[in-house]
Design a protein. Structure first.
Ligand SMILES: NC(=O)c1ccc[n+]([C@@H]2O[C@H](COP(=O)([O-])OP(=O)(O)OC[C@H]3O[C@@H](n4cnc5c(N)ncnc54)[C@H](OP(=O)(O)O)[C@@H]3O)[C@@H](O)[C@H]2O)c1
Length: 310
């Protein structure tokens, strides 16, 4: 594993970290034992940073991570999120009272006295014109409830606004070879301000693993079934907003570029790591063998333009 500085936080985190949404829910049936095995394997592979959220399985993902921390002696930095418990996303919902309640829940689920990193969980765009909310987060840092904070965003424009707030330490954004806009308009600015970047949905919900087919079926409680048209949350999240059929066709083009001995997932992740503004990719891992596959990505030789543009 290789490590990169997470912005100005002083933490060095694994280039391949662990996305803990699927082990909480919304990705079909998962077993806690299999999820624990995946988490342990991640630590064995050198992962030291996990991304989760209060709403992933309503605390289930956070509780599994708390268990992991008890079972391991390595330092594991945990980034959680707050905001999606709101029945409707409004700026007013990000009140001091609500934020405190969400943070207290996460503290309990993660069995800790202070959260490492709290990210606002894709709040409405208008929130970035509300310095008061960031003032509340500053108070939470001062009061010792959280160490640092950042944001998870849907849009590049939100990312640009977020980093105007001086204590925003990280931005989590969808970034993969299907979604390249952050590299064009955001990365240079983030680098200038030394803001850490977490690349989420790095495998386009599994499309970039190359294993999905036209007739692949997804369980009823898997967002790849119920959110294809954005019925439950932002349409840009599932398959990273790419039409499924078009995505499959693009994947076949990418497959032709694959160096020998490299898996599609490793290739997709290595592509992301070619951008030095990115701190880490946070692929979702449900099973130990997926984690092992993904954690090999940093060892894939650097990709050359020639190979990519062939
Ligand atoms: N709004 C937000 O802040 C937000 C939104 C989305 C995601 N995230 C974060 O980003 C993380 C990653 O994004 P994501 O989970 O949406 O999608 P992703 O990483 O693009 O895809 C993850 C899925 O791909 C499959 N997979 C992973 N590695 C594999 C491998 N080596 N071989 C074959 N299949 C593999 C697994 O599903 P199957 O085995 O079922 O195929 C896994 O659940 C999440 O866990 C979460 O922490 C945050």
């Amino acid at each position: 594993m290789h490590y990169r500085a997470l912005g100005r936080t002083g933490w060095k985190v694994s280039e391949i970290s662990f996305g803990a949404w699927a082990i909480g829910g919304a990705w079909g049936q998962v077993s806690d034992e299999e999820s624990m095995a995946a988490l342990h394997k991640a630590i064995d592979c050198g992962v030291n940073f996990i991304d989760t959220a209060d709403v992933y399985g309503n605390g289930r993902s956070e509780r599994l991570i708390a268990r992991l921390r008890k079972e391991r002696k390595e330092e594991i930095i945990v980034a959680t999120k707050a905001g999606r418990r709101l029945p409707q996303q409004t700026v007013e919902g990000y009140s001091r009272q609500n934020l405190l309640a969400w943070i207290d829940d996460s503290l309990r689920h993660l069995s800790t006295e202070r959260l490492d990193l709290v990210q606002l969980h894709c709040p409405p765009t208008a929130l970035y014109s509300c310095p008061e909310v960031f003032g509340i987060l500053d108070d939470l840092v001062r009061d010792g409830k959280i160490r640092r904070y950042g944001v998870s965003v849907e849009k590049v424009e939100e990312a640009l606004k977020a980093i105007e707030f001086p204590n925003v330490q990280t931005v989590q954004i969808i970034f993969n070879c299907f979604r390249q806009r952050p590299a064009e308009v955001f990365f240079a600015k983030a680098k200038e301000k030394r803001v850490g970047i977490l690349a989420r949905v790095p495998l386009a919900s599994g499309l970039l693993t190359g294993k999905l087919r036209r007739d692949s079926a997804f369980a009823e409680n898997d967002h790849r079934n119920f959110n294809r048209r954005g019925a439950a949350f932002d349409v840009g999240e599932t398959f990273s907003g790419v039409d499924y059929e078009i995505g499959l066709t693009a994947v076949e083009e990418i497959r032709k570029l694959l160096p020998a001995g490299v898996s599609m997932s490793q290739f997709a992740l290595r592509w992301i790591l070619m951008f030095d503004a990115v701190t880490c990719a946070i692929p979702g891992g449900k099973r130990a063998e997926q984690v092992v596959d993904n954690c090999r990505a940093p060892d894939v030789p650097a990709l050359t333009r020639r190979r990519w543009q062939r």
